[in-house]
Design a protein around this ligand. Sequence first.
Ligand code: CAA
Length: 293
Amino acid sequence: MAIQKVGVVGCGLMGSGIAQVCAASGFATVVREVSGELLDKGLKSIDKNLNRLAEKGAITEAAKGEIRGRLKGTTVIEDLKNCDVIIEAIIEQLPAKRELFGALDAICPPTTIFASNTSSLTITEIATATKRPQRFVGLHFFNPVPVMKLVEVVRTIATDPAVYEEMLAFGAKLGKTPVRAHDGTGFIVNRLLVPYLLDAIRALEEGVGSIEDIDNSMKLGCGHPMGPLTLLDFVGLDTTYYISQIMFEEFKERRFAAPPLLKRMVLAGWNGRKAGRGFYDYADPQKPKAMKF
Ligand code: CAA
């Protein structure tokens, strides 16, 4: 089956990035949000990204117009019914995802392939809300989606091997490097990244180093683009806390357990960059200042 039309559900941080990448890769793309206000916000962030790319000469003004022309926003779920692939990037809550896919299953032809961008939920458990678990995969993108080169393509025990190969090829058509992962909680990246991030918090709690010194160590000593505490602020402390709880529940291993400081920061609403405060204070976003605990 030649994939021509892609549906994206959710136009938040991840959904808008995915929709932008799909349209930029030549696919007719429909992105759905629950309200006109949220849709507007997501489409504006895509416009901002495309304008920035045009300003620095990475794309021409004509290409910008073509990408935007391939992208349609909607609040109506029925507008997704003739898509060849639908990628879900809504809130990380199992009941919401199951309900959405149940509804999509009822309106889409049996050929449509479903994909979830979940970072920690079990794909199998989402897929069983539909009558097509054999046409269901995980497509896990990374933030910021237009920049990060990876997509984890996740198969379950029920995924049809031909559908899986098609989704690997689709990931490559989006300009990403697809990696094969099976439906183990956290897939590959979060299996490795989450214990590392949690250990950075434990190192801070134990006084091994200051916030800046822990970050600089991994940036300058290991060539990471961001230190772990800066990355935690970037990903969101609430998001990381949520993922760690799911991973701990699955594996019952200390390395996935949330350190007390993380829990307290989330309780206080210090969720990182988006909240204006996490391990750093973002009062001046250009010059984040390390917090003193
Ligand atoms: N959207 C689009 N483009 C963006 C962007 C965004 N949100 N943020 C930055 N960029 C672009 C910039 O325009 C710039 O492009 P050019 O090089 O063409 O000019 C480029 O990215 C680099 O940006 P900056 O110079 O502003 O800053 P930087 O060099 O520090 O890079 C970064 C920013 C790409 C975010 C880099 O710091 C980085 O790679 N950080 C690590 C990000 C990471 O690990 N992400 C994965 C998180 S885990 C996850 O997402 C999944 C999960 O399940 C938790």
